[in-house]
Design a binder for this molecule. Structure first.
Ligand SMILES: [Zn+2]
Length: 343
């Protein structure tokens, strides 16, 4: 029988201090060349072991081989100039210096496939691999070539599809696309964002997920959250269309967020990765708090489709806090699993 309530994380986990400065998002590498390659692989093994010790069911690489969840992927593509930078607003929220699209974008060789094979060799558990989503990719770039957000997203979707097919062949069980931009550009999501996502998963036989969150616990995001009011209904704008899409799993932020849980009803039929761990605080949830969030979610998602998860990545947290949160997630899921099996 398939395990009920399989646990996983949204993606990133803290890096060891010998690889990159801890508790800092997107911090630069401390190693170089061959040492860096080996260091990333060692960190991946440590990250995997920590997930396993905490009892996480669907494991990941903890994003140990990437500095940034979007740009590390884009750095491997042709057509983007990282020297020629422009200042842009990211997700209508904060200004950042971003690379420029200067020609046709293309992928000459696989980006994460060797890393995924490495992870596959080290565990028999189901593995999940995260890629940036097409809409979130275009939102982190200045486009001086296509001059159309939709066209650029479509080109990236084709590239993501090539990468995803090779990740599937490498033995990845779930491919997840990170689309925090889905929480901001509702009209575009409905016009072409979901279509671009479906292009990225075209022809895949493994499971597919989309992670839509309110971002890491960094200041620009917490400030933005303060402007959203007491009820966050952003998901409501895009869930009806997402429910009809071919994506298998939707990953959401539910712990300590102001998202009304009943919005999950709008994607009934999909598997839901319910964020039961807040990544914007160092306070470690108790197993009972996790269980309570999962029980609430069970009103709107069938038990066999509920996947307990974290709200977002945990890269900016200390390793101690992240370990505690992973253990709480497992223990909380186990409480509810027992309740379900006792029925
Ligand atoms: Zn996230």
């Amino acid at each position: 029988m398939k395990k009920l309530l399989p646990t996983s994380t949204a993606g990133s986990l803290p890096k060891p201090s010998w690889l990159a400065q801890p508790e800092k998002l997107w911090s630069p590498w401390k190693l170089q060349d061959e040492e860096l390659i080996e260091g990333k692989q060692d960190a991946l093994k440590v990250s995997l072991a920590e997930q396993q010790q905490a009892g996480i069911d669907i494991v990941s690489d903890g994003e140990q081989t990437r500095q940034h969840f979007v740009t590390t992927f884009i750095e491997h593509l042709d057509g983007v100039d990282f020297e020629n930078r422009q200042v842009m607003k990211i997700r209508n929220r904060y200004e950042a210096s971003v690379p420029s699209v200067v020609g046709e974008v293309s992928r000459q060789k696989p980006v994460f496939v060797d890393d995924a094979k490495f992870l596959r060799r080290h565990t028999d558990q189901p593995i999940k691999w995260a890629l940036p989503g097409p809409m979130t990719m275009i939102d982190t770039l200045y486009d001086g070539h296509y001059k159309s957000r939709e066209k650029l997203a479509w080109e990236f979707a084709k590239i993501l599809n090539q990468e995803a097919k090779e990740l599937e062949a490498a033995g990845v069980d779930i491919i997840q696309f990170d689309e925090p931009a889905f929480n901001v550009f509702f009209d575009e999501v409905n016009d072409w964002g979901i279509a671009a996502l479906e292009k990225a998963i075209e022809g895949l036989k493994c499971e597919t997920a989309v992670h839509i969150c309110y971002g890491y616990g960094i200041k620009a995001n917490t400030d933005w959250k303060k402007t959203l009011g007491t009820e966050w209904r952003q998901y409501e704008e895009i869930f009806p269309k997402l429910q009809k899409s071919s994506i298998d799993i939707v990953s959401l932020e539910c712990q300590n967020s102001h998202v009304p849980m009943e919005l999950i009803e709008l994607i009934r039929g999909k598997k839901v990765m319910v964020g039961a761990i807040d990544v914007a605080t160092n306070t470690i949830e108790t197993p009972e708090q996790v269980a309570e969030t999962l029980r609430k979610a069970l009103q709107f998602v069938d038990a066999d489709k509920l996947y307990p998860c974290t709200n977002c990545g945990m890269a900016p947290l200390s390793r101690h806090v992240a370990r505690g949160k992973l253990s709480a997630l497992s223990a909380g899921a186990e409480i509810v699993r027992r309740e379900l099996l006792a029925k």
